[in-house]
Design a protein around this ligand. Structure first.
Ligand code: ADP
Length: 480
């Protein structure tokens, strides 16, 4: 009996701390939004510093859970409470980090004047995210699985707001009302709200797990297993495909989560270099040295510009339906080569096209297709040595067209072949940086190919060179 009441006490304490954190996050969502919309840097700084409070509580919850696990060795419901709480705790903590990120964006958004619709959507996203958190806290307190489930639906509304928000930010950027840097910051801020919503949804799932052992992973596995049982061979392989799809979904989710972290990381280096260079220039007495440093500063600024440009392109590809015009393949090839010609000449790489004119047409977005093929040619030149050759090959596969770019460059190890299409993945970081790569080129190519009902593949041998092939259905066969 003594033990039971001790366990109850521990659990009550853990729960109090967790609920306090949830409430803190809900309150902060409104505060950080005010700081952002009013450009209140002092308030933002205060909120960033306040993140420590959340971290501290989170550590207490975690320690409480671990301690209880070790000392009390609880079973059944109590064990589920602890496991669920540990997960919920990390969701709350990560939401705190996201809020700190929004607060940090306040300084960078100085001077940006988002239009009324963007501001209005920010307010609505923030209210929605706060409501989700309050609901998660309430569901936790009352162990109300149904209330927890209702968070999923509400989160869909937040996703919808976020979608419209991104559209507006992109429109403003296109109209020149926001510069790309600010547009990117705003896009990230929107994404942070959306992720806070995801965390609230997760907390809801933890409540459902605590109450009745419900877990999405277990359910998915159950569903997959049920589909496999008593089926013939063909159906079994279909079932395995279902499991693969679930695994793939998880993988994509993980990539999405890493993305924001990667973006910040990628921008940090050139921006840090820029501020260092600017400082040095300010105090450098020698004019020739100043000019040299100035040139370096411009280089770094270009890097930032390229990364943002590619990021906006990726967002555009993700968020908007591709145009569906008739485009001549020869036109795509010629324009892409034109775009890379100067770079190839400076690298002393010879560019040639084979199989053009082909007379083929595809249905889609000319600009995007040109950009994709140009990215492949650009890479081929970038990863080749001087005095080598890059060849663009057009092949009619009746029903589709294969656009290949072959080089005699450094090649790619077999183990890395799949990964080069991931965002910011680079085989050789130093070389990519040196030559001005953003790490996003192939991600864009894969997106464009996918948007057009096609795909991209690569064959390569280190030392011998690589061939990237983009296959796109031709006009008659493209899905309407
Ligand atoms: P980056 O801007 O770094 O070139 P990409 O997404 O275009 O980014 O390519 C990702 C990585 O794939 C590159 O960093 C490079 O390591 C590798 N890669 C791409 N194209 C080639 C190629 N033609 N030859 C060798 N390696 C390549």
């Amino acid at each position: 009996m003594e033990n039971r009441s001790q366990l109850d006490e521990r659990i009550a304490l853990i729960e109090r701390n967790l609920l306090e954190m949830i409430e803190m996050v809900a309150d902060r969502i409104a505060q950080v939004t005010t700081a952002m919309l009013e450009g209140d840097v002092a308030l933002a700084d205060q909120l960033v510093a306040g993140d420590d409070e959340i971290d501290l509580l989170s550590t207490q919850v975690e320690e409480g859970c671990v301690d209880t696990l070790v000392r009390e060795q609880p079973v059944a419901t109590d064990l589920r409470f602890i496991v669920g709480t540990l997960h919920a705790n990390s969701d709350v903590e990560r939401s705190g980090d996201l809020l700190a990120n929004i607060a940090k964006a306040v300084g960078r958004l100085q001077g940006a004047h988002p239009d009324d619709q963007v501001r209005d959507l920010v307010v609505r996203m923030s209210a929605q995210a706060a409501e989700l958190f309050r609901r998660a806290g309430h569901a936790f307190r009352t162990r109300d699985a149904e209330l927890a489930e209702s968070i999923d639906e509400l989160d869909d509304l937040l996703d919808d707001l976020h979608y419209r928000y991104i559209q507006h930010v992109i429109q403003d950027a296109r109209r020149g009302e926001l510069d790309p840097q600010q547009a990117l910051q705003l896009a990230l801020v929107g994404r942070f709200y959306e992720r806070i919503g995801d965390h609230a949804e997760n907390i809801g799932e933890r409540v459902r797990y605590i109450v009745d052992g419900w877990s999405p992973e277990a359910q998915a596995a159950e569903r997959a297993k049920a589909r496999l049982e008593g089926l013939d061979e063909a159906s079994v392989s279909r079932g395995l495909a279902v499991i693969d799809a679930i695994a793939e979904e998880r993988r994509i989710d993980a990539i999405r989560r890493d993305f924001v972290a990667n973006v910040s990381h990628e921008l940090k280096t050139p921006v840090g270099a820029m501020s260092l260079l600017a400082d040095t220039i300010a105090t450098e007495p020698d004019a020739a040295d100043r000019a040299r440093l100035g040139e370096m500063l411009i280089q770094e600024a270009r890097r930032v510009e390229d990364i943002i440009d590619d990021l906006l392109e990726l967002t555009r590809l993700e968020e908007t339906e591709p145009e569906r015009a008739l485009v001549a393949v020869d036109d795509i090839v010629n324009r892409s080569i034109e775009k890379v010609n100067v770079f190839a000449t400076t690298q002393r790489v010879e560019l040639a096209a084979v199989g053009v004119p082909s007379g083929l047409t595809v249905t889609g977005d000319r600009r995007a297709l040109v950009r994709a093929l140009a990215n492949l040619i650009d890479n081929a030149v970038r990863y080749s040595d001087p005095d080598s050759q890059v060849t663009v090959i057009v092949e009619d596969l009746s029903g589709s067209v294969a656009l290949s770019v072959r080089d005699e460059g450094v090649g790619i190890p077999r183990t890395e072949l799949e990964r080069v299409f991931e965002r910011f993945y680079r085989v050789d970081r130093a070389r990519s940086r040196e030559t001005g790569g953003t790490g996003l080129g192939l991600a864009i190519v894969r997106h464009v190919a996918g948007n057009h009902g096609g795909r991209v593949a690569v064959e390569s041998k280190p030392g011998d060179g690589s061939t990237f092939t983009m296959t796109i259905p031709t006009a008659e066969d493209a899905p309407a």
